[in-house]
Design a protein around this ligand. Structure first.
Ligand SMILES: C[S@@+](CC[C@H](N)C(=O)[O-])C[C@H]1O[C@@H](n2cnc3c(N)ncnc32)[C@H](O)[C@@H]1O
Length: 318
């Protein structure tokens, strides 16, 4: 079988180490500048491919779109190509999965097939995965939470969420920080009617459709949780002495978000993180306004990193 590998960089090196001994490669293919040989095999220009016998061209470069166009121009048909960096764009460029498995082995090809999505699973989560891309509709939000929790280490303090609804996100906090107290603030019966007067009926009805029991049932370690039902910040009365290493602020509306910032920020430990959900959500503009008002009160911008998650979370670090 005449196998060619496009690329003489890290991708090609990785392929040779993991799945394809260099002796099985007829030649590597690369643009200028290219070495004369790579791993003992000749390196040819793409223009030298037409006219050669070729069973499979493995593209080990991330430059898939450009290379695909180049191969079209050279008359190398799609069924002779196999792209290793298939997960960096939304479309599946590969139509010869079986042939690739024959050449490279099932395991290796399954790894490529498994990462056939826009977002790459970080190497560290391949070994210790709490949540995979399929486990939630917001991979970035969840994976950021996972990474933040891994870094909290010895920072003292409880975790908290203001705006819990049915406990979907609180569940992950509880799972990732099983040793920490988790304080959950919500009415568990929807928004403050006065504050949410202008919101749509569907939004309001959906958020009434929950309850403290339901939230507790969603938690893997409910014994670590303290539910504070009622309107925040009144519901925080008596907890002024608490300190926090992690806060999820997800109250959707401006005044409640501002109250949350005022109450939690001074109680966040150095090194602690506050995840301000919906900060860049055009559907909930009050969240951004609340932070701007809070920063004005403080007289400075807070150190923050915007996330590219679904609802535009802002991660604020103390
Ligand atoms: C979008 S939901 C929270 C979703 C949840 N964090 C999740 O990721 O699944 C917003 C919640 O904030 C709560 N909320 C907003 N303002 C509040 C306040 N001032 N006091 C108590 N709860 C409040 C509402 O009751 C609602 O359940």
């Amino acid at each position: 079988m005449e196998i060619y590998v496009y690329g003489t960089g890290c991708g090609a090196g990785e392929l040779i180490d993991a799945a394809l001994p260099a002796e099985r490669v007829t030649a590597f293919v690369d643009r200028e500048p290219r070495p004369a040989r790579f791993l003992g095999r000749p390196v040819i220009a793409p223009e030298e491919l037409p006219g050669r016998q070729l069973d499979l061209l493995i593209v080990a470069s991330r430059d898939a779109a450009r290379i695909a166009e180049e191969l079209d121009g050279l008359g190398i048909p799609p069924e002779k190509r196999f792209f290793l960096k298939n997960h960096l764009e939304p479309r599946d460029r590969n139509c010869r999965w079986e042939l690739a498995a024959e050449v490279l082995g099932e395991d290796y090809v399954n790894r490529i097939r498994g990462s056939e999505r826009l977002i790459r699973v970080p190497l560290w989560t391949e070994r210790e995965r709490v949540a995979g891309p399929e486990s939630d509709n917001d991979y970035v939000r969840l994976k950021t939470l996972e990474a933040v929790c891994r870094r909290l280490g010895e920072i003292p303090g409880a975790a908290a969420e203001l705006g819990v609804y049915r406990g979907a996100f609180a569940r992950w906090i509880n799972l990732l920080l099983p040793e920490r107290k988790l304080i959950l603030f919500d009415t568990f019966a929807g928004f403050d009617p006065a504050e949410s007067a202008g919101e749509g009926p569907g939004f309001l009805a959906a958020h009434r459709n929950t309850g403290a029991e339901r939230v507790l049932a969603a938690l893997p370690h409910p014994e670590r949780a303290l539910l504070r039902p009622g309107l925040f910040p009144e519901s925080a009365r008596g907890l002024e002495g608490e300190r926090f290493c992690l806060v999820s602020l997800d109250a959707d509306l401006e005044e409640s978000t501002l109250q949350g910032l005022r109450w939690f920020w001074p109680r966040l430990q150095p090194g602690g993180v506050l995840l301000l959900h919906d900060w860049d959500n055009p559907g909930l503009p009050g969240v951004k306004r609340a932070l701007a008002r809070f920063e004005k009160e403080l007289g400075r911008r807070l150190p923050a990193v915007p996330l590219c998650d679904v609802c535009g979370t802002l991660a604020l670090a103390k």
